[in-house]
Design a protein around this ligand. Sequence first.
Ligand code: NAD
Length: 533
Amino acid sequence: MSVAVCYAPAGRKGPTTMTSNVIQPVGIRQVAVIGLGLMGSGIAELVARSGRRVDAIEVDQGFLDQGMARLHASLDRAVSRGKLTDAARDEILARIRPTVDLAAAVADADLVIEAIPERIDLKRTLFAQLDEVCRANAILATNTSSLSITEIAGGTRYPARVAGLHFFNPAPVMKLVEVISTVLTSPEIDETLALLSRDLGKTPIRVSDRAGFIVNALLVPYLNHAIWLLETAQATREDIDKAATAGLGLPMGPLTLLDLIGLDTALAVLETLQAEFGGTRYVPAPLLRKLCDARLFGRKSGRGFYDYQRPGSPAAAGKDHEVGPVPAEVALIREQDDSLGELAGRITAAGISVVPHPSGQTGLVIVAADPKQRVLDAAMATAHPADVVGVHFIRAGNFIRAGNGEPGLAELVLPDVTAAGMAAKAAALAARIGLNAVISRDRPGFLVEALAYAQFNDAVRMFQDGYASPADIDTAMMLGCGYPHGPLQMLDDAGPANVVSVLEAMHAATGDPAYTPVPLLAEYATAGIRFRS
Ligand code: NAD
């Protein structure tokens, strides 16, 4: 049975006697979507696909036409891919009523979803207006990514009916919806929005109002960390991106993803996180601010970390590395660590001679690199430190669970003592023997573990704070960001004790408290407890 509840005090129009206070999804028939931009057009499409009537509202006819054109294009794409028939597309479109008349459009809405720009002043003004013109039992939801929903609700007279409904881009495709309740939101509203999300084919995760919710609080600091790595010359932009895709199995590298999300959006989220949590983890990388000041916002402005008008052009920041001549003889120091065993076979098979100790003929000296330790120390222990490159394998099975232990990625690590030109030789060797390689400076964690473990630490902190369960954290990152496995599952696979050691080394090397293992991680590591098993 469909029921409704009045969130206004007695006296306002609307039903007040209920058998249950939870409005079932079938009770939400008329939905108003405000703001037909990137998100709003996708949300309007999604809701109309579910058979509901949608009022799609914009500020003026120009924006309305743009939004409807985006929506038409999305449905046309679905038709051309055979996922929708012409007739179904026409039925969906017939359920959508584009308009610029806000008051008239929201008057009969059961649910209003706001998707206007991420500015608290705009949202508060709009919600105060909605409070006046909506029915007393209408639910008011915001799609904000990072603003305080409590603050948005605070501008209304009936904050109990205000909640967050955070879709991911593109809304018709991405399976996650974060349903966010404030301390003032009625529990029934929260329940109704979760049921509705399921009815729309999504997986809802219910959380309270906190900066960044689950996904952005974990994703955006990781993206910012990638910018710090670029800015401090740890690696090239391509190698930072490759570390995430080939090393962690993520669908996109962090710098490419930043260009897609928009650098200005990422900066705004970081500033919100910084204001709420403080500390060093959320301090925006100076390069992020500079690119934003230069209006290099990413794809939407044609250039960010990459140049979309001149693909393949040099990085706006950081250096590209060169590929040099393949050395004729390689010394492979395997005394302390035999992780390089199979490397010898590959190099020999490529017709390059391998010796156990460097001589005057040796073009390159390879040592095993451990993300917890400096390669520099191993280099100084050889007679030829300037010729040393460390190699660290990220194997299929380390983070990407399916796999047979084959090296998926080799991190070629350069201590500062290594001579110029060695990176180019190591890159040439890797290419010759068919290794997928990235080049990293000799800093703890190198690239893959530095990026991943700092995020795992954030994920444990979120669980430690009681904000979300390990299962919800992992589901949110898988469905919201396309992770093959959640961060806590990956942490379990990497081993909590190992993660703690690398984080401690990162902390010792940088002095940055952001890398201190959170107490719960240290406890789990000591006790041998896993987060997901
Ligand atoms: P956008 O700039 O593409 O679209 C916003 C639209 O709102 C514009 O078309 C604008 O004309 C319209 N608008 C502004 N004021 C309005 C008003 N008073 N009434 C009606 N329309 C109005 O922005 P977006 O990327 O779609 O983001 C919208 C919201 O969704 C933001 O809060 C954002 O944080 C959130 N969000 C964005 C993403 C993303 O990937 N872009 C993902 C999740 C959530």
